[in-house]
Design a protein around this ligand. Structure first.
Ligand code: XLS
Ligand code: NI
Ligand code: NI
Length: 438
């Protein structure tokens, strides 16, 4: 088979002293930690859209990316070539998972039936490549935002025909995810929100979104799709306000409509930034609610207000993210999907590999640091001590529900001096640094 990247071989682990740009410095896939290989802790995934279809366009400029398959005119031939290239990239980097939207892998036809046939043809080919390589599908999803029909939204469109079309599209996307053994199915509602409340029936839109998700749950059950459903929060972009704003609003929404037991959350670092939260905040909130599903690993730019989807190289962020995953007992069906793209000026084919290496090394190291931090127990010990007042005396009574305002008033009347202790943030940050810089 023709190689798309003949000048690049298998990327090997060479260790931290290597200066070879095309080698891993920290990601040693086979290294065992707690008798599980690093690659199985991390479950790295390629995002088909950015890596295979991203062109480098931005609102001010046209495509820059040099992609060896882009000289093909026939859209189906190009789709097949992209699949070959994707599997070549994954094999060379040792990525064992990928994620895709229906429209990333196959072009739309002149009607839905033809579109579905195109999708089936490419999915059949992907299936063969998966069997050949052992590469797996982390999650599938449907693109309900690019086509102009979704200008007012999909499940939250004002147009019932659009709701129906979106349902048909998701039905098919769940079917192909099942066919490929996908471990999760993601809902990201890029246009499920609004631009102005002047033209928006917010109540109907939210009810319809819940109706849509309920239909998805019912259909998955009917066809025997047992993968995990995930919702990916994002506060804005492309819409001014997206209903799946952040982890907190997603959980509230799911609970309100009695859907929470069917869903977990796919958390993207850059989306946390846009919501004004840290990545760790979003992961923590999902974790303590038993809803940490999967991660879109990337990073934003704190000075820019949009989803820059950069490859993650921030070791602090990666460490604290992996700390939450470790505290959650590791990934179940989820993984680390690089929902990231090389910068518009990193346009050469080799930049694809360099970007993944940067991201994979960062998360591998972040995981190892986080593991030591968790095993060291210093943060846990501090927190345990900090809240120890709730394990005895009046604190215990509060926790056990034995007292109300009246009893607490009586108790408070007798306190002659309240003693607080330092929160020691700087000490704890120094402890974190000690692990990171060790
Ligand atoms: C966009 C989202 C998108 C989802 C999949 O901002 O991150 O890429 O991950 O639809
Ligand atoms: Ni994403
Ligand atoms: Ni995103």
């Amino acid at each position: 088979m023709k190689e798309f990247f003949p000048e690049i071989g298998k990327i090997e682990f060479e260790g931290k002293n290597s200066k070879n740009p095309l080698a891993f410095k920290f990601y040693d896939a086979e290294k065992k930690i707690d008798s599980i290989k690093l690659k199985d802790h991390l479950r790295f995934s390629l995002a088909f859209w950015h890596t295979m279809t991203g062109t480098g366009v931005d609102p001010f400029g046209m495509a820059t990316m040099l992609r060896p398959w882009d000289n093909m005119d026939d859209p189906m031939k190009k789709a097949m070539a992209r699949v070959d290239a994707a599997f070549e990239i994954m094999t060379k980097l040792g990525l064992e998972y990928f994620c895709f939207h229906d429209r990333d892998v196959a072009p739309e036809g002149k009607n839905l039936a033809e579109t579905n046939r195109n999708l089936d043809e490419v999915v059949g080919y992907i299936h063969r490549k998966m069997d050949e390589t052992g590469i797996k599908l982390l999650w599938g999803t449907a693109n309900l935002f690019s086509n102009p029909r979704y200008m007012h939204g999909a499940a939250t469109s004002c147009n019932a025909n659009v709701f129906a079309y979106a349902a048909a599209q998701v039905k098919k996307a769940i079917e192909v995810t099942l066919e490929l053994g996908g471990e999760n199915y993601v809902f990201w509602g890029g246009r499920e929100g609004y631009e102005t409340l002047l033209n928006t029936d917010m109540k109907l839109e939210l009810d319809n979104l819940a109706r849509f998700l309920k239909m998805a749950v019912e259909y998955a059950d009917k066809i025997g799709f047992e993968g995990q459903f995930l919702i990916e929060p994002k506060p804005k972009e492309p819409t001014k306000h997206q209903y799946d704003f952040d982890v907190s609003s997603v959980i509230a929404f799911l609970k309100q409509y009695d859907l929470d037991r069917y869903f977990k959350i796919n958390i993207e670092s850059n989306h946390a930034t846009l919501a004004g939260h840290t990545f760790q905040h979003e992961l923590r909130l999902a974790r303590i609610n038993g809803m940490l599903g999967s991660i879109d690993a990337n990073q934003g730019d704190l000075l820019l207000g949009w989803d820059t989807d950069q490859y993650p190289t921030d070791i602090y962020n990666a460490t604290l993210a992996m700390y939450e995953v470790i505290k959650d007992g590791g990934f179940k069906s989820g993984g680390l999907n690089f929902d990231a793209k090389p910068r518009r000026s990193s346009f050469e084919p080799r930049d694809i590999f360099l970007s993944f290496i940067a991201g994979m090394d960062t998360f591998a190291k972040g995981f190892e640091i986080a593991k030591e931090l968790a095993d060291g127990g210093e943060l846990d010990d501090f927190i345990e001590e900090r809240y120890s007042g709730f394990t005895k005396g009046i604190g215990k009574k509060i926790i056990d529900g034995e007292v109300g305002f009246e009893e607490l008033e009586r108790y408070a009347m007798k306190i002659d001096r309240i003693v607080n202790h330092s929160g020691s943030q700087e000490l704890l940050e120094a402890i974190l640094n000690r692990y990171i810089l060790a």
